[in-house]
Design a protein around this ligand. Structure first.
Ligand code: ADP
Length: 483
């Protein structure tokens, strides 16, 4: 083999084995050679490609590029590292870097072009990802900083500039202690220690210092930066300014404290007012009783009766208010005696029937006697309250049912009405202080404290109270007392 032939053979071998597509074409763009890498890259076999126009692999919107390239080549100029996109047989676009050189004949005349195409899709993808990450970092509202394990700042985003007041230039290559208050320098040792072990430090709340010496509360998340070989080479730090958050928390705490004081004042006021009301009310009812006895005129007697009735309601309200203030102050006291629950219920029913003559109350019970230990007056208060409510909230019905049941080692008392009922979503609220269901507000007056007091009394007897209800059909209020 002559040296020229040898060189030829070597070139052919290189062309056959390279990863770059190597193509040659005439100045009219007709493909004249097509190496194995071109086959692999574009998907066309040699037979399919040779003799075809190079536009075979050029996307329609880039056909102009060919004119430019050919004009350069005709002028004998090499086109180097021309980044563009070409189309494969399967329609997929490939990012390429092209180097195109003129092919000269023996007389030095340009007769064609050789083209080396390198697939740069991966590089492009990596670049795009890099660019995307960079734009996220640039646009982030959180300060994002990276540093070496020695604490030397290696990157500093615009939010870091805004937060700490140092420009990128001022910060990069400086030690991170630039922004750490002197009394917190230890933290850096801890953070770097964690990161060096590959551990992320999450939501570390601390304080950092700005360029003008201002201290800002921050939440830091610091993660290890790992190189391709898996080695930890630094730390990336995301710092979020939490001063607004902290200020809001402090404001909430302040408002809460303020509210507590106001609430206590309100409780004090109610306690005082009801106490002050109680004394004149008591003497008024005493005088009214005397008046009722002395009055002979029947018309006047009716008025006195009405007065007594209204005064009773007023007294009951004031008593309830007093009870609420006692509950709030932890001063609602209970006596502890043995009593027959059945008897107490019957007495309460009698009283209610007496006050509401049109009503029929059925008492369903299977127990003849049931002795409990507790405060009989307070338990009676609960039953009267439930019965009164049952009547007040049943404008179109005149019957009630009361149950006394023994179940699971406890005694269950129920008051069932056929009144307006309570919507499911409001049921859990009715035992709260001052809570009233809107629908019943207009028609029936009240303060929303009766059930609250009932709940306190029952729970202080180690029992439970609840209601079952269907809107427009009626409610059953239950309470249990342990055996
Ligand atoms: P008050 O009746 O004075 O408003 P309560 O604490 O006794 O206060 O009752 C709280 C609320 O529960 C009432 O406002 C009423 O909306 C509702 N409620 C209580 N008992 C019944 C009942 N038997 N039927 C329907 N709603 C009731």
């Amino acid at each position: 083999m002559s040296p020229a032939e040898e060189k030829q053979a070597m070139l052919a071998a290189i062309i056959a084995s390279t990863d770059d597509a190597i193509i040659s074409k005439t100045l009219d763009g007709i493909i004249t050679s097509w190496n194995p890498a071109a086959i692999k890259m574009f998907g066309y076999t040699e037979v399919e490609a040779i003799g075809k126009h190079i536009s075979l692999v050029i996307p329609d919107d880039r056909l102009d590029e060919e004119n430019f390239i050919i004009s350069q080549i005709k002028a004998g100029v090499k086109v180097e590292h021309f980044e563009t996109v070409r189309k494969a047989k399967n329609g997929k676009f490939i990012s390429l870097s092209l180097t195109i050189s003129p092919i000269l004949d023996g007389d030095g005349k340009v007769i064609g072009a050789s083209k080396i195409a390198r697939d740069i899709s991966e590089r492009k993808k990596a670049q795009e990802k890099q660019a995307m990450l960079a734009s996220i970092v640039a646009a982030s509202d959180d300060a994002i900083i990276s540093k070496t394990l020695q604490g030397i700042i290696t990157s500093w985003n615009p939010a870091a500039e805004r937060l700490f007041g140092f420009t990128e230039e001022e910060a990069i290559a400086k030690h991170i202690s630039l922004i750490i208050p002197d009394d917190r320098l230890d933290e850096e040792t801890y953070i770097i220690g964690e990161v060096s072990r590959g551990v992320k430090v999450d939501h570390f709340q601390t304080i950092r210092k700005t360029k003008d010496g201002k201290l800002v509360p921050l939440s830091l998340t610091v993660s290890p930066v790992i190189d391709e070989s898996g080695k930890i080479i630094g730390a990336s730090k995301i710092a979020r300014d939490i001063s607004a958050e902290q200020a809001a928390q402090q404001e909430t705490a302040r408002l809460y404290e303020h509210l507590k004081v106001l609430n206590a004042k309100k409780d004090d006021f109610i306690a005082l007012a009801s106490h002050e009301l109680k004394t004149p009310l008591t003497s008024m009812s005493a005088y009214l009783q005397i008046l009722a006895r002395l009055e002979t005129d029947s018309k006047n007697k009716t008025f006195v009766d009405k007065l007594q009735h209204q005064l009773k309601k007023l007294c009951a309200l004031v008593d309830d208010l007093l009870d609420v203030s006692k509950i709030e102050a932890g001063k609602l006291h209970f006596s502890k005696d043995d009593f027959d629950l059945r008897e107490v219920i019957e007495e309460a029913i009698d009283m209610i029937i007496h006050a509401n003559p049109g009503y029929s109350i059925t008492f369903e019970n299977i127990i003849s006697k049931y002795i409990i230990t507790g405060d009989s007056h307070r338990i009676e208060q609960v039953i009267i309250n439930l019965l009164t409510n049952a009547i007040r909230y049943s404008p179109d019905s005149n019957r009630l049912k009361v149950y006394l049941i023994e179940e699971d080692n406890q005694i269950k008392v129920g008051v069932e009405d056929y009144g307006i009922g309570i919507a499911q979503e409001k049921l859990q609220n009715i035992f709260s202080r001052y809570y009233r269901v809107d629908a019943s507000n207009g028609k029936v007056s009240g303060l929303g404290i009766g059930l609250y007091i009932c709940q306190e009394i029952v729970s202080r007897h180690n029992g439970k109270i609840w209601a079952e209800s269907t809107l427009d059909e009626g409610s059953t209020f239950w309470f249990t007392l342990p055996r």
